[in-house]
Design a protein around this ligand. Structure first.
Ligand code: CA
Length: 228
């Protein structure tokens, strides 16, 4: 059996070396591309288990690659971790909107990145068990079809946003702590960065529009869906 393949799309050789060294040590098989166009081609041909995608790339920007991969039914299920520089806050937000699964800010700790890779790959296997259709207010969630609608209108959510909403809806009325959500939605064992939760909740609320009033922020703790 071949080991899990990760595709690295990055143009800086020292970052490639750092990633290669650490991921190989963790038992992964690696493939690399040093420009955007080659990266997209490899992603389509090799269908890796996960992609680590730099944002600033020659020939095709990382965001464009993310968008293309996440709208193609052959590649949309491949998790993407974006590598961003601190100054690229806006790109990061857009990247999450385009369906990237996580982001890591440069300079990053290789150990943390490997932990995140493991967590994301684990997450793909342990899907949320509950299959029952749920409605709260105007929001309807159908786990079997992986579909969400607000007042009958379909809403496109990323897989992370879907899991987040599903978790909150199934536990209506109960506050969900940020670190618990990180653990159950993202698969992280320790609270690496709870702001990740806030960023995704913000995106989710925006997509739900007025219906998002059902999601309450419990200051300093987490989130819950109000009892109706
Ligand atoms: Ca770069």
């Amino acid at each position: 059996m071949s080991s899990t393949k990760i595709l690295i799309i990055e143009d800086e050789q020292d970052v490639i070396d750092l990633l290669t060294l650490n991921l190989r040590k963790a038992g992964f098989t690696l493939s690399t591309a040093t420009d955007g166009a080659a990266g997209l081609r490899k992603a389509r041909e090799e269908l890796p288990a996960l992609i680590i995608l730099d944002l600033m790339l020659p020939r095709m920007p990382g965001l464009e690659i993310c968008k293309v991969l996440k709208t193609d039914t052959n590649t949309r299920q491949i998790p993407i971790i974006m590598l961003t520089a601190k100054a690229e806050e806006i790109d990061r937000i857009v990247g999450l909107e385009f369906g990237a699964d996580d982001y890591v800010t440069k300079p990053f700790s290789p150990r943390e990145l490997v932990l995140r890779v493991h967590a994301i790959l684990r997450r793909g296997k342990g899907e949320i068990a509950e299959e029952k259709k749920l409605s709260i207010g105007t929001i309807t969630l159908d786990p079997a079809r992986h579909h969400v609608s607000v007042a009958g209108k379909s809403v496109r959510l990323t897989s992370v946003e879907f899991k987040l909403l599903s978790m909150l809806m199934h536990r209506q009325g109960r506050v969900q702590a940020r670190d618990r959500l990180l653990n159950e939605v993202w698969g992280y064992e320790s609270a690496i960065d709870t702001r990740t939760v806030d960023t995704h909740v913000r995106r989710l609320r925006k997509k739900l529009g007025k219906a998002s009033a059902a999601i309450e922020t419990v200051r300093g703790f987490g989130y819950r869906i109000r009892e109706s």
